[in-house]
Structures are given as C-alpha cells and as structure tokens.
Design a protein around this ligand. Structure first.
Ligand code: ADP
Ligand code: MG
Length: 524
C-alpha cells in the first residue's frame, strides 16, 4: 500500500533508523542493556537516538563531557518499545474483535472466489478498533489473494484527510494507474524474456499464445502504448467527470475485484454530500472487467440519515457494529500491548485497571486507554522513578483532559472566544451565579475594544449553549419565581490555562486593561 497515512511501515523505518544510529559510535546504553533482558536490536525510543547522536559528536563516555542529558539517561528506562502504544501502530492481534473480524472476512471471502462481495458499513464510536480491524482484514485479504493468485485489491482512504469527491476519485485513480503500470511492467519483462528465449529456440513459444516473435513484439508495443496513455490525475483542476472516467478506466483495465475502504466516511458526507458514494455504488453495472465493493467506516451512527435512499440501501447491504469496550476488555487490550511496550516490572499492579476504568468512562475508547498508559509512563520516566504508579495515571488523565480543552478553546471561532473570555473575567472577579445579561455586557465592551462585530444577545445566548455542549462552561437554567427564568453560568475548565489560550489569539491579545469592563457590570 502506498497510502500516505498508513504509518505502520513508517514505524519500521524509524526503528531501523534508530538501530543504525545506535550502532554507529560509542553507545552509552550498553551497560544498561547488559543487565536487563533487552536484546541489543530492540528499537530504542526515538528520543534516545537524538541523544546518542549528540554523544557521538563529542569524545564519547569521557567524564568531562557529561552534559545535560547524561543524568537523565542513567535512570532505568521504563519503556521497552514506546511505539507500540502510539495510535499509528497496527497490532496483529485484536482481542475482543474476533466476531467483527470474522464477519468482515465471511463477507469479503467472496472476492477470493472472484465474485463481488456485498458492500459493508461499519459503525462504532471512536477508539472501538474499527480502523485497526479493517486494516488487519485487508492485509490478510491481499496476502491470501496473492497466495492463490486471485486478482483482488484493497484500497484504503481516510476521508477525514481526503474529504472531497474530487480528491477521493483522484487518489483512487492514481493508485490504480500505479498498479496498472506495475502490472504492465511485469508483463513486459516476462514477454521480453520469452522473446529472447524464442529467438534462440522457437520451441520456447510452445504452449504460449504466440506463434512467432513478431506477435510478442506487437503485444509489447500495445502494452507500452497503454502505459503511455495513463495520465496521472492532478490534485486540482480537472472537471469531476474527467477524474471519474480516469478512475473508471484505471479500475477496469484488467479483471479483478477491488475493495475500496472509506474510513471516516461520515466526514466525507458531511463535507461534500453523497455524490461520491452514489457514483461508486453504481459503478458495477458499467464495469466490464472488474468489480468494486465498498466498505464504509463511520463514527457517527446516524450518518446514513443524510444519504440518498438508493445510496443508503446499496451501501448498507451488510452492517457490522463495533460496540464500546468495557473496562475488562480494555484491560486485556492494555495488557497485551504493555507486555511489549514496558520493561519487565515497570507497571505497578493498579496502573492497567485504572487506565481501563478511566477509558471505559470515556465511551470505552481504546485509543484513550492507550494514550493514558503511554502518558503515565512518560510522566514516570520524567519523574525518574522506575515504576509507573497510580498517581502517574491520574496525572496523565488530567494532562490529556487539559490538552483536549486547550485544543477545543484554541479552535473556537473568535466570537465564541470573546464570550468565553467575558465569562472568565466575571468569574475571576468573584461574580457568582453569572447570568446571560452580565456576560452580554462584558462581551459588548470587549468587542468594542478590539473592533469586533457585536452580536445580538440572543446569538450570544446560543454561543453560551454551544460552549456548554463542548463542556467548557456549565449553564443551568434556574427559575427566579415570578421574575421568570435565567441561566446561571460557570466555567467548567481550568481558568488560568483557558485564559492564556484565549489571550494567545492575535485578536484577543489586543485587549489591554480588562478591569474597567468588569466594573461595567455594576453600571447597569
Ligand atoms: P477507531 O477506528 O474505531 O476509532 P482504532 O482502530 O483506531 O479505533 O483503535 C484505536 C486504538 O486502539 C488503536 O491504537 C488500536 O490499535 C487500538 N485498539 C483498538 N481496539 C483494539 C483491540 N481490540 N486490540 C488491540 N488494540 C486495539
Ligand atoms: Mg478509525
């Protein structure tokens, strides 16, 4: 696969890079490695590589050259192989996904019999193992098809990255053009060889479709012509129907079954509608040599509500659901990974159960569980302890949560940032039970200060509700008896950090003295 976002091969690259960096020059790790079971070839963490390179630049292990990093390197490292905890790593065993994987395989095995498999739609929340399972199945499928020499190909596209019809079709067209080129090159090489043998002895042609060397010449010429006719689709600029026909011709160039995996398919539909799916799902009636089957993967259970009914029924011929993992299942997943990721007894007993419990609350997200475990390990490493403890997991949970908040706040639209800033200012000045009117007054002043448009109070109320849904503020409706109802607003994220993120926005950074605005509250 030449998929740019498939980083499983990238991982191998980085570890072999790491190995060669280690073998060059004096290696300060040798002592540490000698008294543990670390095989000398095990890939070290990338961070180490950088340090190694620094070391080899100086005069090696000479005491005089001990620098900033030496003490840090001395501590017994916690990790054996941190890479296996990263999201980019594709595991070869997926506990608690046997049923889903078998279902996929049962449907796709049709392709190995030369028929068209039903289209499949896979649903499940983030971190339930959809991508990992689909990639696992597709690798197995391709391997088996090579073994039995049945032409079957799987193409993986991540629609969060490739999110328009043009780009999906262009990417597919170019992948198939590459594959067709390879097929032609192989065939030409074969024919070339046959031709040389036939020139020496005509008998070489016995049992082939050729009666003379001229026939081979012609065939090679026509293949070369086909190849010259393939035109790479540019990433922009062509009319969509031209891109589509390039893709169509490339797929139909020779007989085969093609499985197109569209991961994060809901993002594609959300951004660009269902035209791509419509076009893909009706291709089979026009293809002459090949057959296409689609496997869509969605995080959003309801995304088919937005599809054209024809697309919906075609795409959902088979549906497979990936339920959230429970805490016990997450434990198994973490255990399997940690055996490879950590040194012998680097984890204290309660670490995995706690990571599993936190992630189970987070809708059974295995990605979150692995993040927690990796971050806890990194915190322990940084603290120069030799064991990961429960406290590291709790710290990791806070860190990940804060990172999430920072990211959400950083990417808010400017107007929402101003509203949030107004709420924070009120809270910092000791105002309790903040209401919408108060927020609006401060908001208005802030807008004037930085020359932003002032929205209506009604819109500001909507923005507050959005911040509530994002979990950044908490807005509860309280009844004020005969005075009607109002909202009581409070900030539900760490204020200092959030304020810092807001002020790092170039527009909000212009706000100079905030005190007068808060005073304004008392003028009304
Ligand atoms: P999704 O695509 O559903 O959002 P992923 O397949 O990307 O989820 O899984 C998230 C992370 O959890 C990945 O690192 C993946 O390797 C890991 N993971 C998920 N399910 C399992 C499992 N059953 N066994 C081992 N690792 C898993
Ligand atoms: Mg995924």
């Amino acid at each position: 696969m030449t998929d740019p976002i498939d980083r499983s091969t990238g991982d191998q690259d980085s570890s072999s890079e790491a190995d060669s960096a280690r073998s060059g020059g004096s290696d300060q790790h040798e002592d540490t490695d000698a008294d543990t079971e670390t095989p000398p070839t095990s890939p070290p963490d990338l961070d180490d590589v950088v340090l190694d390179n620094l070391d080899t630049g100086s005069d090696g292990s000479d005491e005089a050259s001990r620098g900033l990093f030496d003490d840090l390197l001395e501590g017994e490292p916690i990790f054996e192989n941190k890479e296996v905890l990263r999201p980019s790593y594709t595991p070869h065993k997926l506990p608690h996904r046997e049923e889903q994987i078998n279902n996929m395989a049962t449907i796709l095995v049709t392709a190995l019999r030369g028929d068209t498999p039903s289209n499949i739609l896979i649903y499940g929340k983030t971190g339930t193992g959809k991508t990992a399972s689909a990639k696992f199945v597709s690798e197995e499928l391709e391997t088996t098809s090579q073994k039995y020499e049945v032409p079957c190909e799987v193409e993986y596209i991540n629609c969060e990255v490739t999110d328009t019809q043009y780009r999906v079709l262009a990417q597919l067209a170019n992948k198939f053009i590459d594959k067709n080129t390879e097929v032609i090159d192989d065939r030409v090489a074969e024919l070339d060889d046959l031709r040389s043998r036939a020139r020496e002895d005509e008998a070489a042609l016995d049992g082939t479709e050729f009666t003379g060397v001229e026939g081979i010449d012609e065939r090679i010429e026509s293949l070369e012509e086909d190849k010259a006719g393939f035109e790479e689709v540019p990433m922009t600029g062509w009319p969509t129907d031209r891109v589509y026909s390039s893709f169509f011709d490339a797929v139909d160039y020779h007989e085969r079954v093609v499985v197109i995996m569209l991961d994060e398919i809901d993002k594609l539909v959300e951004k660009s509608g269902d035209d791509t799916l419509y076009n893909l799902s009706r291709m089979n009636s026009e293809l002459e040599n090949s057959r296409v089957s689609i496997m869509g993967i969605s995080n959003d259970l309801k995304f088919t509500d937005f599809l054209d009914p024809r697309v919906k029924s075609s795409l959902g011929e088979e549906e497979i659901v990936f339920p959230p993992y429970d805490a016990n299942q997450l434990r198994d997943i973490l255990q399997a990974r940690s055996d490879v990721a950590f040194k012998g007894d680097a984890l204290s007993d309660d670490v995995i159960p706690l990571c599993a419990a936190f992630a189970a609350q987070e809708h059974g997200d295995a990605r979150r569980a692995l993040d927690l475990l990796r971050t806890a390990g990194e915190l322990a490493e940084r603290g120069q302890t030799d064991q990961v403890e429960e406290a590291h997991v709790r710290q990791a949970q806070e860190k990940i949560e804060l990172d999430r908040v920072v990211e959400v706040v950083r990417t808010l639209p400017t107007q929402s940032k101003i509203v949030l800033f107004a709420i924070i200012l009120l809270e910092k000045n000791g105002v309790h039970s903040i209401n919408t009117g108060e927020v609006f007054n401060i908001y208005k002043n802030l807008c004037e200060e930085i020359d932003a448009d002032v929205l209506t109070q009604r819109r500001v109320t909507d923005l507050i509700s959005e911040l509530d849904m994002l979990g950044i503020v908490n807005a509860v409706v309280v009844s004020k008896g005969r005075y009607g109802r109002t909202k009581e607003i409070s900030v539900s994220v760490p204020t200092e950090e959030t304020e810092a993120v807001l002020l790092s926005d170039s527009r909000l950074g212009d706000i100079e003295d905030v005190q007068p605005f808060v005073q304004a509250r008392f003028d009304n």
